[in-house]
Design a protein around this ligand. Structure first.
Ligand code: NAI
Ligand code: MG
Length: 399
Protein backbone atom coordinates (compact mmCIF):
# COMPACT_ATOMS: atom_id res chain seq x y z
CA UNK A 1 0.00 0.00 0.00
CA UNK A 2 1.04 3.60 -0.57
CA UNK A 3 2.80 5.41 2.22
CA UNK A 4 0.38 6.98 4.65
CA UNK A 5 0.44 10.30 6.41
CA UNK A 6 -0.77 10.19 9.99
CA UNK A 7 -1.23 13.21 12.22
CA UNK A 8 0.03 12.51 15.73
CA UNK A 9 -1.42 14.52 18.60
CA UNK A 10 0.47 13.50 21.75
CA UNK A 11 -1.11 16.15 23.99
CA UNK A 12 -0.16 16.09 27.65
CA UNK A 13 1.14 13.84 30.38
CA UNK A 14 1.14 10.16 29.59
CA UNK A 15 -0.51 10.89 26.23
CA UNK A 16 2.98 11.82 25.01
CA UNK A 17 4.47 8.63 26.41
CA UNK A 18 1.93 6.11 25.11
CA UNK A 19 1.68 7.66 21.67
CA UNK A 20 5.44 7.34 21.23
CA UNK A 21 5.16 3.66 22.12
CA UNK A 22 2.33 3.12 19.64
CA UNK A 23 4.43 4.62 16.86
CA UNK A 24 7.32 2.33 17.81
CA UNK A 25 5.00 -0.66 17.44
CA UNK A 26 3.60 0.58 14.13
CA UNK A 27 7.12 0.99 12.77
CA UNK A 28 8.20 -2.42 14.02
CA UNK A 29 5.15 -4.01 12.39
CA UNK A 30 6.14 -2.54 9.03
CA UNK A 31 3.48 0.15 8.74
CA UNK A 32 4.77 2.61 6.19
CA UNK A 33 3.84 6.13 7.25
CA UNK A 34 4.97 9.68 7.77
CA UNK A 35 3.93 11.10 11.13
CA UNK A 36 3.12 14.80 11.29
CA UNK A 37 3.11 16.18 14.78
CA UNK A 38 0.20 18.42 15.80
CA UNK A 39 0.17 20.86 18.71
CA UNK A 40 -2.62 20.28 21.21
CA UNK A 41 -3.10 20.56 24.95
CA UNK A 42 -2.15 22.47 28.04
CA UNK A 43 1.14 23.94 26.86
CA UNK A 44 -0.66 25.68 23.99
CA UNK A 45 -3.32 26.99 26.30
CA UNK A 46 -0.63 28.46 28.53
CA UNK A 47 1.48 29.98 25.80
CA UNK A 48 -1.13 30.89 23.18
CA UNK A 49 -4.44 30.94 24.99
CA UNK A 50 -5.68 28.13 22.74
CA UNK A 51 -5.22 24.39 23.48
CA UNK A 52 -6.37 23.53 19.94
CA UNK A 53 -4.54 25.92 17.58
CA UNK A 54 -5.92 26.50 14.09
CA UNK A 55 -2.74 25.02 12.55
CA UNK A 56 -3.60 21.70 14.21
CA UNK A 57 -7.14 21.81 12.88
CA UNK A 58 -5.74 22.52 9.40
CA UNK A 59 -3.34 19.59 9.68
CA UNK A 60 -6.12 17.18 10.58
CA UNK A 61 -8.39 18.63 7.90
CA UNK A 62 -5.68 18.01 5.32
CA UNK A 63 -4.58 14.51 6.31
CA UNK A 64 -7.85 13.20 7.79
CA UNK A 65 -6.42 10.59 10.14
CA UNK A 66 -5.07 11.33 13.61
CA UNK A 67 -3.64 9.34 16.48
CA UNK A 68 -4.30 11.17 19.71
CA UNK A 69 -2.72 10.59 23.14
CA UNK A 70 -4.53 12.50 25.87
CA UNK A 71 -4.86 16.02 27.17
CA UNK A 72 -5.06 17.66 30.56
CA UNK A 73 -8.07 19.79 31.40
CA UNK A 74 -8.31 21.91 34.54
CA UNK A 75 -11.07 24.01 36.12
CA UNK A 76 -11.51 27.54 34.85
CA UNK A 77 -9.77 29.34 37.72
CA UNK A 78 -6.69 27.10 37.50
CA UNK A 79 -6.64 27.50 33.74
CA UNK A 80 -6.68 31.27 34.13
CA UNK A 81 -3.93 31.22 36.73
CA UNK A 82 -1.61 29.19 34.50
CA UNK A 83 -2.10 31.32 31.42
CA UNK A 84 1.02 33.20 30.34
CA UNK A 85 0.91 36.61 32.13
CA UNK A 86 1.04 38.48 28.82
CA UNK A 87 -2.24 36.82 27.80
CA UNK A 88 -4.16 37.36 31.01
CA UNK A 89 -7.30 39.51 31.04
CA UNK A 90 -7.48 39.43 27.26
CA UNK A 91 -10.65 37.40 27.14
CA UNK A 92 -9.12 33.95 26.65
CA UNK A 93 -11.34 31.20 28.00
CA UNK A 94 -10.23 27.59 28.35
CA UNK A 95 -12.29 24.91 26.68
CA UNK A 96 -11.39 21.27 26.23
CA UNK A 97 -9.60 20.60 22.94
CA UNK A 98 -11.24 17.16 22.75
CA UNK A 99 -14.66 18.70 22.81
CA UNK A 100 -13.29 21.29 20.39
CA UNK A 101 -12.16 18.58 17.94
CA UNK A 102 -15.44 16.76 18.25
CA UNK A 103 -17.44 19.89 17.52
CA UNK A 104 -15.22 21.29 14.80
CA UNK A 105 -15.14 18.09 12.76
CA UNK A 106 -18.54 16.85 13.87
CA UNK A 107 -17.05 13.55 15.05
CA UNK A 108 -20.47 12.14 15.76
CA UNK A 109 -19.63 8.44 15.83
CA UNK A 110 -17.62 7.10 18.74
CA UNK A 111 -16.60 3.44 18.70
CA UNK A 112 -15.33 1.73 21.84
CA UNK A 113 -14.47 -1.94 21.54
CA UNK A 114 -14.15 -3.95 24.75
CA UNK A 115 -12.57 -7.30 24.04
CA UNK A 116 -10.89 -9.39 26.69
CA UNK A 117 -7.47 -10.88 26.14
CA UNK A 118 -7.01 -14.38 27.36
CA UNK A 119 -4.78 -14.47 30.41
CA UNK A 120 -5.29 -10.85 31.40
CA UNK A 121 -5.40 -10.97 35.21
CA UNK A 122 -7.82 -8.03 35.13
CA UNK A 123 -10.47 -9.95 33.19
CA UNK A 124 -13.89 -10.16 34.78
CA UNK A 125 -14.68 -13.45 36.51
CA UNK A 126 -17.94 -14.69 37.98
CA UNK A 127 -19.25 -17.58 40.04
CA UNK A 128 -20.59 -20.47 38.00
CA UNK A 129 -22.74 -23.35 39.18
CA UNK A 130 -21.39 -25.28 42.14
CA UNK A 131 -18.14 -23.80 43.24
CA UNK A 132 -16.80 -23.01 39.80
CA UNK A 133 -15.31 -19.76 38.67
CA UNK A 134 -16.04 -18.69 35.12
CA UNK A 135 -14.17 -16.19 33.00
CA UNK A 136 -16.51 -15.22 30.16
CA UNK A 137 -14.68 -13.73 27.20
CA UNK A 138 -16.13 -10.33 26.44
CA UNK A 139 -16.27 -9.08 22.87
CA UNK A 140 -18.48 -6.03 22.77
CA UNK A 141 -18.26 -2.94 20.59
CA UNK A 142 -20.08 0.13 21.84
CA UNK A 143 -21.27 2.70 19.31
CA UNK A 144 -21.86 5.92 21.18
CA UNK A 145 -23.50 8.92 19.54
CA UNK A 146 -20.92 11.56 20.25
CA UNK A 147 -22.39 15.01 19.66
CA UNK A 148 -25.96 15.21 20.94
CA UNK A 149 -28.01 14.16 23.97
CA UNK A 150 -27.17 15.66 27.36
CA UNK A 151 -23.71 16.72 26.16
CA UNK A 152 -24.87 19.23 23.58
CA UNK A 153 -24.67 22.06 26.10
CA UNK A 154 -28.23 23.31 25.61
CA UNK A 155 -28.96 24.04 29.23
CA UNK A 156 -29.93 26.79 31.63
CA UNK A 157 -30.08 27.68 35.27
CA UNK A 158 -32.70 30.37 35.74
CA UNK A 159 -33.79 30.10 32.09
CA UNK A 160 -34.68 33.26 30.17
CA UNK A 161 -38.33 34.23 30.04
CA UNK A 162 -38.94 32.96 26.50
CA UNK A 163 -37.53 29.56 27.32
CA UNK A 164 -39.47 29.40 30.56
CA UNK A 165 -42.69 30.26 28.77
CA UNK A 166 -42.01 27.60 26.17
CA UNK A 167 -41.57 24.97 28.87
CA UNK A 168 -44.82 26.09 30.49
CA UNK A 169 -46.65 25.07 27.33
CA UNK A 170 -45.85 21.44 28.21
CA UNK A 171 -48.61 20.08 30.49
CA UNK A 172 -46.19 17.96 32.54
CA UNK A 173 -43.86 20.86 33.10
CA UNK A 174 -46.77 23.03 34.18
CA UNK A 175 -48.05 20.37 36.54
CA UNK A 176 -44.75 19.33 38.13
CA UNK A 177 -42.59 22.43 37.95
CA UNK A 178 -45.01 25.28 37.25
CA UNK A 179 -44.87 26.53 40.83
CA UNK A 180 -41.06 26.42 41.14
CA UNK A 181 -39.42 29.85 41.08
CA UNK A 182 -37.63 30.27 37.76
CA UNK A 183 -34.32 31.08 39.47
CA UNK A 184 -34.54 27.69 41.19
CA UNK A 185 -34.76 25.80 37.91
CA UNK A 186 -31.82 24.06 36.22
CA UNK A 187 -32.64 22.46 32.91
CA UNK A 188 -30.39 20.34 30.68
CA UNK A 189 -31.91 19.20 27.43
CA UNK A 190 -31.57 15.79 25.84
CA UNK A 191 -31.73 16.36 22.10
CA UNK A 192 -31.61 13.55 19.51
CA UNK A 193 -31.87 14.23 15.79
CA UNK A 194 -33.15 11.70 13.29
CA UNK A 195 -30.05 12.10 11.13
CA UNK A 196 -27.42 11.55 13.82
CA UNK A 197 -29.43 8.77 15.46
CA UNK A 198 -29.78 6.94 12.16
CA UNK A 199 -26.06 7.40 11.51
CA UNK A 200 -24.94 5.81 14.76
CA UNK A 201 -27.38 2.94 14.25
CA UNK A 202 -26.20 2.37 10.68
CA UNK A 203 -22.59 2.40 11.86
CA UNK A 204 -23.42 -0.21 14.49
CA UNK A 205 -25.31 -2.46 12.09
CA UNK A 206 -22.64 -2.19 9.41
CA UNK A 207 -19.97 -3.09 11.93
CA UNK A 208 -21.99 -6.10 13.07
CA UNK A 209 -22.31 -7.32 9.49
CA UNK A 210 -18.68 -6.68 8.57
CA UNK A 211 -17.21 -8.36 11.63
CA UNK A 212 -19.75 -11.13 12.13
CA UNK A 213 -21.52 -9.98 15.30
CA UNK A 214 -24.92 -11.63 15.48
CA UNK A 215 -26.77 -8.94 17.39
CA UNK A 216 -27.15 -5.21 17.78
CA UNK A 217 -28.46 -4.08 21.15
CA UNK A 218 -29.95 -0.64 21.57
CA UNK A 219 -29.15 0.43 25.12
CA UNK A 220 -31.42 3.33 26.05
CA UNK A 221 -34.66 3.60 28.03
CA UNK A 222 -37.51 4.00 25.54
CA UNK A 223 -40.24 2.99 27.96
CA UNK A 224 -39.54 6.09 30.08
CA UNK A 225 -37.60 8.52 27.88
CA UNK A 226 -40.15 8.13 25.15
CA UNK A 227 -39.15 10.80 22.68
CA UNK A 228 -35.37 10.49 22.42
CA UNK A 229 -34.72 6.88 23.41
CA UNK A 230 -37.99 6.12 21.64
CA UNK A 231 -36.69 7.66 18.41
CA UNK A 232 -33.56 5.53 18.54
CA UNK A 233 -35.50 2.34 19.16
CA UNK A 234 -38.02 3.10 16.40
CA UNK A 235 -35.28 3.86 13.87
CA UNK A 236 -33.38 0.75 14.93
CA UNK A 237 -36.39 -1.43 14.14
CA UNK A 238 -36.83 0.23 10.74
CA UNK A 239 -33.16 -0.07 9.80
CA UNK A 240 -32.93 -3.67 10.93
CA UNK A 241 -36.05 -4.63 9.00
CA UNK A 242 -35.14 -2.88 5.78
CA UNK A 243 -31.40 -3.49 5.61
CA UNK A 244 -30.08 -5.96 8.21
CA UNK A 245 -32.62 -8.77 8.57
CA UNK A 246 -29.92 -11.31 9.40
CA UNK A 247 -28.82 -9.37 12.49
CA UNK A 248 -30.79 -9.79 15.67
CA UNK A 249 -32.00 -6.54 17.23
CA UNK A 250 -32.18 -6.40 21.02
CA UNK A 251 -33.41 -3.70 23.36
CA UNK A 252 -32.03 -3.20 26.87
CA UNK A 253 -32.60 -0.40 29.32
CA UNK A 254 -29.41 1.26 30.51
CA UNK A 255 -30.11 0.47 34.17
CA UNK A 256 -30.84 -3.19 33.52
CA UNK A 257 -27.84 -3.38 31.20
CA UNK A 258 -25.58 -2.30 34.05
CA UNK A 259 -26.89 -5.25 36.06
CA UNK A 260 -26.78 -7.76 33.22
CA UNK A 261 -23.33 -6.91 32.09
CA UNK A 262 -21.80 -8.81 34.96
CA UNK A 263 -24.28 -11.67 34.59
CA UNK A 264 -23.91 -12.39 30.90
CA UNK A 265 -21.46 -10.07 29.15
CA UNK A 266 -20.73 -12.73 26.53
CA UNK A 267 -24.30 -12.35 25.20
CA UNK A 268 -23.68 -8.90 23.76
CA UNK A 269 -22.05 -7.96 20.48
CA UNK A 270 -22.63 -4.50 19.11
CA UNK A 271 -24.28 -2.02 21.46
CA UNK A 272 -25.67 1.29 20.20
CA UNK A 273 -26.56 4.12 22.55
CA UNK A 274 -26.94 7.86 22.77
CA UNK A 275 -24.17 10.02 24.13
CA UNK A 276 -24.88 9.74 27.87
CA UNK A 277 -25.80 6.07 28.08
CA UNK A 278 -23.08 5.21 25.58
CA UNK A 279 -20.54 6.87 27.85
CA UNK A 280 -21.79 4.86 30.82
CA UNK A 281 -22.03 1.56 28.97
CA UNK A 282 -18.56 1.88 27.46
CA UNK A 283 -16.89 2.59 30.80
CA UNK A 284 -18.80 -0.27 32.40
CA UNK A 285 -17.81 -2.78 29.74
CA UNK A 286 -14.22 -1.48 29.78
CA UNK A 287 -14.12 -2.44 33.44
CA UNK A 288 -14.68 -6.06 32.46
CA UNK A 289 -11.66 -6.22 30.18
CA UNK A 290 -9.04 -4.51 32.31
CA UNK A 291 -10.02 -0.86 32.53
CA UNK A 292 -8.23 2.21 31.33
CA UNK A 293 -4.99 0.49 30.36
CA UNK A 294 -6.95 -1.50 27.75
CA UNK A 295 -9.82 0.72 26.61
CA UNK A 296 -9.30 2.03 23.08
CA UNK A 297 -11.58 4.18 20.94
CA UNK A 298 -12.17 5.88 17.61
CA UNK A 299 -14.21 8.86 16.54
CA UNK A 300 -15.48 9.43 13.00
CA UNK A 301 -17.15 12.25 11.12
CA UNK A 302 -19.37 11.87 8.07
CA UNK A 303 -16.74 13.42 5.82
CA UNK A 304 -13.80 11.18 6.43
CA UNK A 305 -12.08 12.55 9.53
CA UNK A 306 -11.04 9.82 11.95
CA UNK A 307 -9.36 10.24 15.34
CA UNK A 308 -8.06 7.24 17.28
CA UNK A 309 -7.30 7.51 20.99
CA UNK A 310 -7.19 5.60 24.26
CA UNK A 311 -10.08 6.49 26.53
CA UNK A 312 -7.80 7.27 29.46
CA UNK A 313 -6.63 10.77 30.22
CA UNK A 314 -3.19 12.28 30.74
CA UNK A 315 -2.75 10.74 34.25
CA UNK A 316 -0.61 13.71 35.38
CA UNK A 317 0.58 11.95 38.53
CA UNK A 318 2.48 9.41 36.39
CA UNK A 319 3.65 11.81 33.73
CA UNK A 320 6.84 12.91 35.42
CA UNK A 321 8.21 9.45 36.27
CA UNK A 322 11.79 8.90 35.28
CA UNK A 323 10.75 5.48 33.99
CA UNK A 324 7.14 5.41 32.91
CA UNK A 325 4.94 2.72 34.44
CA UNK A 326 1.65 3.15 32.56
CA UNK A 327 0.15 0.57 30.28
CA UNK A 328 0.59 1.45 26.58
CA UNK A 329 -1.89 -1.19 25.33
CA UNK A 330 -4.98 1.08 25.14
CA UNK A 331 -3.02 3.43 22.86
CA UNK A 332 -1.54 0.59 20.79
CA UNK A 333 -5.02 -0.92 20.42
CA UNK A 334 -6.30 2.46 19.27
CA UNK A 335 -3.59 2.42 16.61
CA UNK A 336 -4.86 -1.05 15.61
CA UNK A 337 -8.34 0.44 15.14
CA UNK A 338 -6.72 2.92 12.77
CA UNK A 339 -5.03 0.12 10.83
CA UNK A 340 -8.32 -1.69 10.58
CA UNK A 341 -10.02 1.47 9.34
CA UNK A 342 -7.47 2.01 6.55
CA UNK A 343 -7.57 -1.66 5.62
CA UNK A 344 -4.10 -2.60 6.82
CA UNK A 345 -5.58 -5.88 8.02
CA UNK A 346 -2.40 -7.90 8.12
CA UNK A 347 -0.38 -5.40 10.17
CA UNK A 348 -3.36 -4.90 12.43
CA UNK A 349 -3.79 -8.58 13.17
CA UNK A 350 -0.02 -9.04 13.58
CA UNK A 351 -0.01 -6.40 16.31
CA UNK A 352 -3.12 -7.76 18.00
CA UNK A 353 -1.65 -11.25 17.98
CA UNK A 354 1.59 -9.95 19.46
CA UNK A 355 -0.32 -8.22 22.28
CA UNK A 356 -2.36 -11.38 22.86
CA UNK A 357 0.77 -13.51 23.14
CA UNK A 358 2.47 -11.15 25.58
CA UNK A 359 -0.63 -11.08 27.77
CA UNK A 360 -1.21 -14.81 27.66
CA UNK A 361 2.43 -15.54 28.47
CA UNK A 362 2.10 -13.28 31.50
CA UNK A 363 5.81 -12.56 31.92
CA UNK A 364 5.54 -8.87 31.15
CA UNK A 365 2.84 -6.98 33.02
CA UNK A 366 2.45 -3.30 33.79
CA UNK A 367 1.52 -2.27 37.34
CA UNK A 368 -2.22 -2.13 36.63
CA UNK A 369 -2.12 -5.76 35.46
CA UNK A 370 -0.34 -6.65 38.71
CA UNK A 371 -3.10 -4.91 40.70
CA UNK A 372 -0.55 -2.63 42.29
CA UNK A 373 -0.94 0.98 43.33
CA UNK A 374 0.95 3.09 40.85
CA UNK A 375 4.26 4.38 42.23
CA UNK A 376 7.86 4.22 41.04
CA UNK A 377 8.66 1.21 43.26
CA UNK A 378 6.34 -1.06 41.27
CA UNK A 379 9.23 -1.59 38.88
CA UNK A 380 11.29 -3.21 41.61
CA UNK A 381 8.33 -5.35 42.63
CA UNK A 382 7.79 -7.27 39.44
CA UNK A 383 5.86 -4.81 37.29
CA UNK A 384 7.19 -3.93 33.86
CA UNK A 385 7.62 -0.41 32.59
CA UNK A 386 5.76 1.15 29.67
CA UNK A 387 8.78 0.65 27.43
CA UNK A 388 9.30 -2.95 28.56
CA UNK A 389 5.70 -3.75 27.65
CA UNK A 390 6.19 -2.17 24.24
CA UNK A 391 9.49 -4.02 23.79
CA UNK A 392 7.78 -7.31 24.58
CA UNK A 393 5.08 -6.64 21.97
CA UNK A 394 7.71 -5.69 19.40
CA UNK A 395 9.70 -8.81 20.24
CA UNK A 396 6.63 -10.96 19.48
CA UNK A 397 6.19 -9.15 16.17
CA UNK A 398 9.59 -10.39 15.13
CA UNK A 399 8.90 -14.05 15.79
P1 NAI B 1 -6.89 9.46 33.79
O1 NAI B 1 -7.49 8.52 32.81
O2 NAI B 1 -5.83 10.35 33.29
O3 NAI B 1 -6.31 8.65 35.00
C1 NAI B 1 -7.09 8.00 35.97
C2 NAI B 1 -6.28 6.86 36.58
O4 NAI B 1 -6.37 5.74 35.73
C3 NAI B 1 -4.80 7.13 36.69
O5 NAI B 1 -4.45 7.77 37.85
C4 NAI B 1 -4.25 5.74 36.63
O6 NAI B 1 -4.37 5.14 37.89
C5 NAI B 1 -5.17 5.05 35.68
N1 NAI B 1 -4.66 5.04 34.30
C6 NAI B 1 -4.99 5.87 33.28
N2 NAI B 1 -4.37 5.52 32.17
C7 NAI B 1 -3.62 4.44 32.47
C8 NAI B 1 -2.74 3.62 31.73
N3 NAI B 1 -2.49 3.81 30.42
N4 NAI B 1 -2.12 2.59 32.38
C9 NAI B 1 -2.35 2.36 33.66
N5 NAI B 1 -3.16 3.09 34.42
C10 NAI B 1 -3.80 4.14 33.83
O7 NAI B 1 -8.11 10.33 34.37
P2 NAI B 1 -8.11 11.53 35.44
O8 NAI B 1 -7.09 11.31 36.49
O9 NAI B 1 -9.51 11.69 35.81
O10 NAI B 1 -7.72 12.82 34.61
C11 NAI B 1 -6.40 13.29 34.45
C12 NAI B 1 -6.39 14.36 33.38
O11 NAI B 1 -6.73 13.78 32.13
C13 NAI B 1 -7.41 15.46 33.63
O12 NAI B 1 -6.83 16.69 33.33
C14 NAI B 1 -8.54 15.13 32.69
O13 NAI B 1 -9.23 16.27 32.29
C15 NAI B 1 -7.80 14.51 31.54
N6 NAI B 1 -8.59 13.55 30.74
C16 NAI B 1 -8.34 13.53 29.41
C17 NAI B 1 -8.96 12.60 28.60
C18 NAI B 1 -8.56 12.56 27.18
O14 NAI B 1 -7.62 13.20 26.79
N7 NAI B 1 -9.24 11.79 26.37
C19 NAI B 1 -9.93 11.65 29.12
C20 NAI B 1 -10.07 11.69 30.56
C21 NAI B 1 -9.42 12.63 31.32
MG1 MG C 1 -16.19 8.48 30.06
Amino acid sequence: MAKRTIVTLPGDGIGVIVLEQAVRVLNAAGFDADYLYGDIGWEFWRTEGNPLPQRTIDLIEKHKIALFGAITSKPEDEAKAELNPSLRDKGYKYSSPIVGLRQHFNLDICVRPCKSYKGNPLNFIRRGSGNTIEEPLVDVVIFRQNTECLYSGVEWTNPPEKVYQAFLTHPKFRKNFGNVAVEDLSISTRIFTRKATARILMAGFEHARKYGYRSVTVCEKPNVIRETSGLMWKLAKEIQKSSFPEIKLLNTNIDAQMMWLTKNPEDYGVIVAGNMFGDIASDAFAGLIGGLGFACSAQFSSDGIAVFEPTHGSAPKYAGYEVSIVNPIAMIESACMMLDYIDEKKICSDIRNAIARVIEEGKVRTYDMMKMTGKPEVLGNGASSTVQMTDAIIEKLKN
